[in-house]
Design a protein around this ligand. Sequence first.
Ligand code: COA
Length: 150
Amino acid sequence: MRPAIRPATGADLDALVALDKVCFGDSAWSASAWDDEFARLATDRVVLVADEGEVVGYVVLLVPPVVEDPVDLLRIAVSPAERRTGIGGQLMTAALQRCAGRTVLLEVAAGNEGAGALYRGYGFEEISRRRGYYAGGEEALIMQWQEKAL
Ligand SMILES: CC(C)(COP(=O)(O)OP(=O)(O)OC[C@H]1O[C@@H](n2cnc3c(N)ncnc32)[C@H](O)[C@@H]1OP(=O)(O)O)[C@@H](O)C(=O)NCCC(=O)NCCS
């Protein structure tokens, strides 16, 4: 069954906190950080979830109100048991459909080959690198997407 992609609601909060912990471990956002994300849904955040009866994936975008400002793709993740079934791609498609005419930026750990492959597949291109960006010293790739690439 392909999940439905829909905007998150407050009822998804606990599931998102739990899934984020599974996907990011020590780097997961705290419950209060997720509360802050939800508080910003009215202004500059978009949170989409993949819903199969339970939340199996999500994507978080920072969408500044000024259209000239780039969108930041802050997070995308899929439940480990559901990976490589197309859900990350479904989430990415839904996210980018909301970014018509805009530039989208993201950062990804240089060693995160799965995410890097997903992003390249959707037309993101590396525009710079930040050495020692992550705790532990791992390098970050800064990637950019523009609508023409979709
Ligand atoms: C990155 C992530 C969201 C991908 O989700 P997914 O549902 O597995 O992605 P899809 O099944 O839609 O994959 C789409 C394409 O991306 C690429 N891809 C995804 N995961 C990959 C992997 N582990 N290795 C190589 N390519 C991969 C492939 O090209 C894949 O197409 P294919 O399966 O037909 O070969 C998922 O691996 C994840 O949650 N990772 C942990 C969280 C994370 O690191 N997020 C990114 C930083 S915020």
